[in-house]
Design a protein around this ligand. Sequence first.
Ligand SMILES: NC(=O)c1ccc[n+]([C@@H]2O[C@H](COP(=O)([O-])OP(=O)(O)OC[C@H]3O[C@@H](n4cnc5c(N)ncnc54)[C@H](O)[C@@H]3O)[C@@H](O)[C@H]2O)c1
Ligand SMILES: O=c1ccn([C@@H]2O[C@H](COP(=O)(O)OP(=O)(O)O[C@H]3O[C@H](CO)[C@@H](O)[C@H](O)[C@H]3O)[C@@H](O)[C@H]2O)c(=O)[nH]1
Length: 329
Amino acid sequence: MNVLVTGGAGYVGSHAAKLLAREGHELWIYDNLVFGHRGAAPAGRLIEGDLLDFDKLAGVLREKEIDAVMHFAAFAYVGESVTDPAKYYRNNVLGTLSLMEAMRATGVSKIVFSSTCATYGEPDSVPIRETQPQRPINPYGFTKLVIEHALADYTRAYGWGYAALRYFNAAGASADGDIGEDHDPETHLIPLILQVALGQREKVTIFGDRLPTPDGTCIRDYIHVDDLATAHLAALGKLEKGTELKLNLGTGRGTSVREVIDACREVTGHPIPADVAGPRAGDPPSLVADPSSALQALGWKAKFTEIRPIVESAWKWHKAHPKGYGDRG
Ligand SMILES: NC(=O)c1ccc[n+]([C@@H]2O[C@H](COP(=O)([O-])OP(=O)(O)OC[C@H]3O[C@@H](n4cnc5c(N)ncnc54)[C@H](O)[C@@H]3O)[C@@H](O)[C@H]2O)c1
Ligand SMILES: O=c1ccn([C@@H]2O[C@H](COP(=O)(O)OP(=O)(O)O[C@H]3O[C@H](CO)[C@@H](O)[C@H](O)[C@H]3O)[C@@H](O)[C@H]2O)c(=O)[nH]1
């Protein structure tokens, strides 16, 4: 297939792009490089552009004879979405609608969309099934939920096919250590801890240790980026007119912040000093996927189910690339 990967120079998108290329798809990356990296995109495949540039997008969809879109491009800092919601509604909602209109104008009707477990808000129970109510507790989660609804409406009205993949916490890096996570600012737990092991930070701060979990720290479901990539390809293969897939992508296994830190200590051999602060606003105590629908619908399940090999793959990348892609001013 000819696939347009928006946000393909970013963390999750670059891993999906790499797999698409390996599987013989013709892919083009569309990214404005606000957070992405030239070095993360397969050589000669990057088209620099913004989602809000309708004419450019429509031109690319037409010229490259795109069959389907994988849409990763978005802003994804939960905390920032609370203090600057306009930035999130503009990029994640208006930007995506611009893409969807460009698709409509050019007759492209298949899309795999990066949604998130943040659309569930504070779940009534874990593990979370897709049938649980979606009640986001921050603007970021709302922007993703709005697009899930828009995709359902376009699908019914215009005969599209879509998959909304609700990832839990993306983690790890490509097995060959070529591409990995490089966010600036970095807010994600595993890279922050590994920066301590690299001597770039003194310590990691645990956000809350008196939460209603066995060791008092937040529990998350860390899902390897290569597993996310495999799920995207499987979903792409299922898209037909009228397809509507809304699937959790996680391992089904929860890991606490303390357990993540311990795994990083084991993998790096560094003591990794940690202190404790209060919980971060808007952080639910526990988010774990029930991934059984993805198994049923796609025949997909995570290969990485333990935190240690996930951390090992991330460490391989960070150790070899202590400055990430090295393209910061
Ligand atoms: N990382 C996670 O744990 C996680 C979890 C759930 C969902 N998601 C979603 O997955 C997607 C990818 O996340 P990520 O962690 O790889 O983020 P990322 O910031 O690394 O990648 C996003 C990419 O999109 C590009 N981009 C942003 N706005 C754009 C625009 N208007 N036009 C063109 N390009 C634009 C950025 O430059 C970047 O390369 C996002 O949609 C995010 O909401 C991520
Ligand atoms: O310095 C830190 C950073 C994080 N945490 C905790 O570690 C866990 C994971 O945090 P982080 O890595 O920041 O991920 P999330 O806030 O869970 O958000 C990610 O995962 C979401 C899905 O759960 C996605 O929607 C978001 O885009 C993505 O950033 C949370 O419990 C945090 O409270 C700490 O204790 N200390």
